[in-house]
Design a protein around this ligand. Structure first.
Ligand SMILES: Nc1ncnc2c1ncn2[C@@H]1O[C@H](COP(=O)(O)OP(=O)(O)OP(=O)(O)O)[C@@H](O)[C@H]1O
Ligand SMILES: [Mg+2]
Length: 151
């Protein structure tokens, strides 16, 4: 299969910040070989949360999801590298922490689906929309890494 150089969007959720897991989580992505192209901390407004999770508006967990994601600061990132979208999802693990492998972020640090520590884009179109939703084009950098496994 052809490897594509891609960008993806990752969000470290409020409970991960409360649990002081930010460094651990970012290290997982860096150690895998993904490059950080943009990063910022923000407190999501209800409007931003509703746009980010709009596809789930009819689900029974929607209101709790919006309450949770707006309950405290989050960290938004753009990560890039070979097949970055699937690679980030692989590092993150299954949505349900009970199904996530122990070597994944959710497998190691999450115990409920509702508070599963981190979000990562699920396809090219989502990644494009989510990056544009959280970052202005000039906030997303493109630069060379000189000591990466992937280059
Ligand atoms: N059955 C559920 N009960 C409670 N919360 C859920 C449930 N299913 C999904 N969620 C919440 O909604 C989020 C979005 O669900 P989705 O199906 O898009 O999973 P995902 O793509 O693995 O997660 P994310 O979009 O956050 O990366 C999940 O990460 C989780 O926080
Ligand atoms: Mg999703």
């Amino acid at each position: 299969m052809t490897t594509l150089f891609q960008s993806t969007f990752v969000l470290i959720k409020p409970n991960a910040i409360q649990r002081e897991l930010v460094g651990e989580i970012i290290s997982r992505f860096e150690n895998k070989g993904l490059r950080i192209d943009a990063i910022k901390m923000l407190h999501m407004s209800r409007d931003l949360a509703e746009r980010h999770y709009g596809e789930h508006r009819d689900k029974p967990f929607y209101n709790d999801l919006i309450e949770f994601i707006t309950s405290g600061p989050v960290i938004a990132m753009v990560l890039s590298g070979p097949d970055a979208i699937d690679t980030a999802r692989y590092v993150v693990g299954d949505t349900d922490p009970l199904k996530a492998h122990p070597g994944t972020i959710r497998g190691q640090y999450a115990i409920t689906t509702a508070k599963n520590i981190v979000h990562a884009s699920d396809c090219v179109e989502s990644a494009r929309k989510e990056i544009a939703r959280f970052f202005a084009p000039e906030e997303v950098l493109n630069y060379s890494m000189h000591c990466r496994a992937s280059i």
